[in-house]
Design a protein around this ligand. Structure first.
Ligand code: 5GP
Length: 119
């Protein structure tokens, strides 16, 4: 099912369909995770739902599960990779002021250095 808020041809959809390459670190039936092409930290992985809406604003009120899955997948990755105890940051950008550039909802996971402040 698609509608105006559903992303179906973002760059991330093309990665999901294997039309363009990415360094994929995790995948299951719901989501895919791959390294950011312009990393802002030694670890910078994007967690992307396979059926993604465009922005956080478009997530239906009843779909807490899809957001929860992204967070839990990021935490599981941090534990597997051994940096969970040192710490990490997860964040989601929304629209212009939030700095969103790809309009297919995604969670950033940043780690491997001390992350202080925002912006
Ligand atoms: P946003 O600014 O929308 O929150 O984040 C989008 C992220 O996607 C950016 O950090 C950007 O570097 C990354 N990105 C954009 N295009 C590609 C791509 O083709 N491949 C990968 N792996 N990352 C990308």
């Amino acid at each position: 099912m698609t509608n105006a808020n559903q992303s179906s041809d973002s760059i991330f959809d093309r990665i999901i369909r294997r039309e363009i390459p990415a360094d994929i670190v995790f995948e299951d039936e719901h989501l895919i995770a791959f390294r950011d092409i312009a990393p802002q930290a030694p670890v910078h992985v994007l967690f992307v739902p396979k059926r993604g809406v465009r922005t956080l604003n478009d997530v239906p009120a009843g779909d807490a599960e899809s957001l929860g899955r992204l967070l839990l997948a990021a935490a599981a990755y941090a534990k597997r990779e051994g940096f969970a105890e040192n710490g990490y940051r997860v964040l989601m950008n929304c629209n212009g002021d939030g700095g969103q550039t790809v309009f297919h909802i995604h969670l950033h996971l940043l780690a491997g250095r001390a992350l202080h402040g925002f912006g």
